[in-house]
Design a protein around this ligand. Structure first.
Ligand SMILES: *Cc1c(COP(=O)(O)O)cnc(C)c1O
Length: 392
């Protein structure tokens, strides 16, 4: 359902945006792209680092920039070792394959989590692992009693699949970038230990969680047996992710990456971008979170019957807006179109790009390519659209 909505919106967005078409007055419209934090383009510093990266054949372990990234990341995450991989999807799949050594073993995870919904069921089609999805609570957590029920059932009976792994997601994307509380992570770890299963953390946006909590990422990762981290989201790199865990786990992960076709050669060109992304992560992600918070508060002040938002649920870089009285697709279409009225009022056309999230909500995501000024512009555009809607 979400995918259908997103695809329809993407098709609609593509035409005017790709052409970079101007407003009526001939001034190019200003684009504020809030569709995802994957849309960032590498800036001059990142491109320079990529161009100047020291490289070698990483398949022989000879790329100094990849090694530097892997070592720095291991320290940052507080794990024995890390491995650079092309995507977070591959990082998750490698982790599942590394933990679930028995064909047909069971994986427990949230039914809306990325690994379950958006990764082509790779855990089933490639890893031969059977997923048992549990309902996600509004904060992005799982019900611990429910989790224990499934673990107990799996352990006590030869009629049920053998459970080997629990996967968590932090920040939790489908709930709007919510941060998993540390005591919850501790409780999941305790349960996992009691039942002899391991915990993998899909930390595509782990750095957002760490910045929001004001803790080093290692104090989140300490509750997990492995972790993934994505460089092409808020960290702004064009490509790349990593898997982290104990040394022997990462040695096995190296073989699995090879099997999946993810072994790379002069990958230092990509690792250099990831290193730049990590360097200023704290400052940049903090700014994204403040912009998202500012937007949520500004939108609430507009007090429109068409859109509502609860700023207390905005913990990181995402804002979920509840839409009533019109279809989310229609709202997105209006926010993207340029009117003569806004050119008169704002001095130029502003295209705000967004995806409908469900039939009654849209999701806005902040990232490096959306400044505080862009956020104000987006709010003013939003205000104009809501005013137009409010007319009889
Ligand atoms: C984007 C994302 C992934 C996948 O990352 P890719 O690098 O696009 O494969 C996995 N998990 C979460 C939570 C994500 O947001």
């Amino acid at each position: 359902m979400f995918r259908g909505l997103a695809r329809a919106a993407a098709q609609r967005h593509r035409v005017p945006w790709a052409r970079g078409s101007g407003g009526r007055a001939g001034i190019p419209a200003h684009v504020v792209d809030l569709r995802s934090d994957t849309v960032t383009r590498p800036g001059p510093a990142m491109r320079r680092a990529m161009a100047e990266a020291d490289v070698g054949d990483d398949d022989y372990g000879e790329d100094p920039t990849v090694r530097e990234l892997q070592e720095k990341a291991a320290e940052l995450l507080g794990v024995g070792q890390t491995l650079f991989v092309p995507t977070n999807t591959m990082a998750n799949l490698i982790s599942v394959m590394g933990h679930c050594r028995r064909h047909g073993s069971q994986l427990l995870l949230g039914q809306e989590c990325h690994l379950h919904v958006y990764e082509q069921g790779g855990t089933a089609q490639v890893a031969g692992v059977h997923s048992h999805p549990l309902p996600d609570l509004p904060h992005g957590t799982l019900d611990l009693a429910e989790l224990e029920k499934v673990l107990r059932r799996s352990q006590g009976s030869s009629y049920h699949p053998v459970c080997e792994l629990i996967c968590l997601e932090n920040t939790h994307s489908s709930s709007g970038g919510r941060v998993l509380p540390l005591d919850y992570l501790g409780q999941v770890r305790l349960l996992a230990r009691n039942y002899g299963v391991r915990v993998h953390l899909d930390g595509a946006r782990l750095m957002n969680a760490a910045v929001a909590l004001g803790v080093p990422p290692s104090s989140i990762v300490q509750y997990c047996d492995s972790v993934s981290l994505c460089f092409s989201k808020g960290l702004g790199a064009p490509v790349g992710a990593l898997v982290g865990g104990p040394k022997d786990f990462i040695e096995e992960a190296w073989r699995l990456r090879k099997a999946l076709g993810g072994g790379m050669r002069q990958a230092g060109v990509l690792a250099a971008a990831a290193l730049v992304g990590l360097t200023d992560a704290e400052e940049r992600l903090g700014q994204d979170h403040r912009n998202a918070q500012r937007f949520a508060k500004g939108l609430r002040e507009l007090a429109s019957p068409f859109c509502s938002v609860d700023p207390s649920t905005v913990e990181t870089n995402m804002v979920m807006v509840r839409v009533a009285g019109l279809r989310p697709e229609e709202l997105c279409r209006r926010l993207q179109a340029v009117s003569a009225e806004e050119e008169a009022q704002l001095g130029r056309g502003v295209r705000v790009l967004l995806f409908p999230w469900t039939e009654y909500s849209v999701r806005a995501v902040w990232h490096r390519d959306v400044s505080a000024q862009d956020t104000e512009l987006a709010l003013r555009k939003w205000e104009l659209v809501l005013k137009q809607l409010g007319r009889p």
